[in-house]
Design a protein around this ligand. Structure first.
Ligand code: PMP
Length: 309
């Protein structure tokens, strides 16, 4: 389909957002945390919300032409989501992604018709962002949504995800915790929740092996999609109440526990988020309502340590 003949509102857009918020009762710990099922978005991750918003905003501002090529640096999930939106709206999509991202991510983008430009992972997201700038300097058809700095990223979660959480909790949230890739989920949900719950405490989850927000040097970790060796601009000066460090092994174990004890097939960052939420629930007491997000599906991790058992 070409962009000139594609519908303004493709049917797949109706599947984005409005995800359930579930209480997860951890019997052994005697604690409950609340998890928003973002893996139910149509391409399988929280990033579908953003991809739709970025492209609709670019269209509204006249930045996209039918022959434009959407070009973005992504750990994989934004790439898959943009590929989905591009397919439904008739735009070509090219994604710069680290060569260490799971092969399943690459397959999904190809399946949706996108092209993938791999870069060496050693310097983190900064390498991929520079690659997109170099490619765009040589090809005027490229359009860069710039998810790492685009204010729409946080605003979409502030006006969408956070509003849904407030509706689903009757406006009572004591703490919110999430890992950060671009920081859009954390900053946007934090801002949106504070509007109605001024006392809500907002925490960043980061891998213990790459705790850059905590001022430590980034090292290898297994929580794909977050902490890409770079503190994203959206997080600079963000209003946070604290940081929860989760070791990769803890995130992997919790992701497996979510599958085995709750029947939830989710990825490693979801495990990290729930492990962090559980730690906060323990600290804040059994009456505190701690909310987090289940970011994506387990199926994009077959080739990773999450399935090594
Ligand atoms: N988990 C996974 C699996 C992701 O792909 C991402 C996005 N890279 C995140 C969490 C973090 O989302 P955000 O970019 O909104 O910080």
């Amino acid at each position: 389909m070409s962009a000139s003949s594609a519908p303004a509102h493709p049917p797949v857009f109706d599947l984005i957002g409005h995800t359930p918020l579930m209480p997860l009762r951890f019997a052994a710990e005697g604690l409950t945390v609340w998890a928003k099922a973002e893996f139910l978005n149509p391409s399988g991750s929280i990033k579908d919300r953003l991809a739709r918003c970025l492209i609709e905003d670019a269209e509204a501002r006249g930045l996209l032409r039918p022959d434009s090529i959407i070009l973005e640096c992504s750990s994989g999930n934004t790439g898959i989501s943009l590929a989905m939106v591009g397919a439904a709206k008739g735009y070509q999509v090219h994604i710069a992604m680290s060569d260490t991202a799971s092969i399943e991510r690459r397959h999904l983008m190809h399946q949706l018709g996108a092209e993938v430009h791999l870069f060496k992972a050693t310097k983190g997201y900064a390498t991929g962002i520079n690659l997109t700038l170099e490619l765009a300097a040589r090809e005027p058809r490229y359009f860069l949504p710039r998810q790492f700095e685009n204010p729409i990223n946080a605003r979409d979660h502030e006006e969408g995800t956070a509003v849904e959480i407030l509706e689903q909790t009757g406006g009572r949230v004591d703490a919110f915790v999430a890992g950060y890739g671009t920081g859009g989920t954390l900053v946007g949900c934090g801002r949106g929740l504070r509007r109605q719950c001024p006392n809500v405490r907002v925490f960043a989850m980061e891998p213990a092996e790459a705790a850059m927000l905590s001022g430590e040097c980034p090292c290898c970790h297994l929580i794909e999609g977050i902490a890409g060796g770079y503190v994203p601009p959206l997080l600079v000066g963000a209003n946070l109440d604290g940081i929860v460090k989760i070791a990769s092994g803890e995130a992997v174990s919790m992701a497996r526990r979510l599958s085995r004890e709750f029947g939830l097939l989710v990825g490693t960052s979801s495990g990290g988020n729930v492990a962090a939420a559980l730690r906060l629930a323990r600290e804040l007491g059994p009456d505190a309502r701690v909310v987090t997000v289940l970011c994506d599906r387990a199926e994009r991790y077959y080739s990773t340590p999450l399935f090594d058992h």
